[in-house]
Design a binder for this molecule. Sequence first.
Ligand code: CTP
Ligand code: MG
Length: 216
Amino acid sequence: MINSVIIVAAGKGKRIGGNTPKQFIKLNKETVLSYSINTFKSIEGISEIIIVTSKDWVSHLSSLYKDCKIVLGGNTRRESVKNGVYACNNNTENILIHDAARPFISKKIITECLTLLNNNDVSVPLLDTHDTLLEINNKVTYLNRNSIKSIQTPQCFNKEKLKVALELDYDTTDEISLVLKKFPSTKIGIAKGSKINFKITDKDDLFIAKSISDTC
Ligand code: CTP
Ligand code: MG
């Protein structure tokens, strides 16, 4: 199987604020983005890494990561992913999409996702919910946490199916939802997610990421 990785790094990080998008903030040794690039580089069976970023960062990243393809992203995640998908090698069969904002992706999760692709249409790490969950609208409803999972990345697909799903005019925060909308009978392979593979979203997350990077 020929596998391409797309790391989406074109977001602005509005929720965390500040001038530098979160994926380019330095943790202990290197930027948030570098952590996942290095992990994907260490996996056998990955033929290329494509980094999707905003116009302000294209030339800087091009000189920094000479062995990756650097591609211009868009205003929506779907546009960013689409640009990455169309930049993949012609012979790519599978695409792994990863959030640049998840620096601590492990080799174990990536390998499990890749293995699951042998018997499934897509694969993705899911994380169990441990807190008690409430839905608060006009009234308060307790939700059954046992049936609620968090979706992480990498999300892994057959390239052609993903391309078709990305044509849907429907903006989402992940790609599995698009594929399911287009192909409802999609068979999903579920890898065991990890709390360590969290997405840096706010200042607390950044604090945690810095603390982890100080200890590794
Ligand atoms: N992303 C992207 N292109 C976009 C929007 C998001 O490549 N137009 C990427 C982000 O860079 C990030 C990942 O998608 O690595 C997950 O998105 P999110 O956590 O929402 O990041 P931001 O959109 O940057 O943050 P915010 O929503 O707080 O602005
Ligand atoms: Mg966002």
